[in-house]
Ligand binder design. Structure first.
Ligand code: DX5
Ligand code: ZN
Length: 216
């Protein structure tokens, strides 16, 4: 599986969002972080931003829901134009049922785990998902420091995927930069959410190519 780059627009210059997305057009996805101020102590944006992003890019949209009650809200993000909708295992009432609903709507279903959530409960259900997101920071804010002790979970999920020959992406999100990406890659991640390391760079388009080079 080719490694994918999913820039997080959370810390981009949102007054010029279309230009920011244009700058990362050599990436593989656009990662949209939805926060509700309850599941995480921060508030970002919702359905309208996904619709707006879908209107200015051909890149698939990877929506990361850091919200309570994803069972109720996640389908709306498929309708809004997301290719992948990832919800948190900790927040869902019926995660398997929700994943099936998202797939039935034509989207890819992702499941995310906070740093403190063990991976074992999802290992029996990997075929229900297209993507497993191992958070490498506590969700809620961009610009935090990568937590290397989360990489054991990346290894565990990757091993299970390999053993069973499944087609599931392993995504890491939080604190990924030109240094930490090597550790995540070695642990088995194949999809890299990158926020501040891209958008705080002078030229995000150059930075995407630099990450592409590292992953090639
Ligand atoms: C954190 C979000 C991340 C974040 C990544 O809760 O899920 O997607 O924006 O940003 P960096 O790369 O700055 O950690
Ligand atoms: Zn995210």
């Amino acid at each position: 599986m080719n490694a994918k780059i999913s820039p997080s627009i959370l810390n981009s210059d949102i007054a010029h969002l279309a230009d920011e997305i244009e700058a990362i057009s050599a990436a593989d996805r656009v990662h949209v972080d939805v926060m509700d101020g309850h599941f995480v102590p921060n508030l970002s944006w919702g359905v309208p931003i996904v619709q707006a992003v879908a209107g200015v890019t051909e890149l698939p949209i990877d929506t990361h829901l850091m919200i309570e009650a994803p069972d109720r809200w996640a389908p709306d993000y498929v309708t809004a134009g997301s290719t992948v909708v990832t919800f948190h295992w900790e927040a869902a009432t019926a995660p398997i049922r929700l994943a099936r609903e998202l797939r039935n709507m034509g989207a890819k279903a992702g499941v995310a785990l906070r740093p403190g959530t063990p991976v074992e409960p999802i290992l029996d259900h990997l075929e229900e998902f297209d993507l497993v997101l191992i958070m490498t920071v506590e969700p809620g804010f961009g610009g935090q420091k990568f937590l290397p002790n989360t990489l054991g979970k990346v290894r565990a999920v990757k091993n299970a995927i390999r053993e069973r020959n499944l087609d599931v992406e392993v995504q890491v999100d939080g604190g990924v930069n030109r240094e930490t990406i090597h550790e995540a890659l070695a642990a088995g991640a194949d999809n890299f959410v990158i926020g501040s390391a891209l958008f705080s760079a002078e030229d995000p388009s150059v930075e995407v190519l630099a990450f592409r080079e590292i992953l090639s």
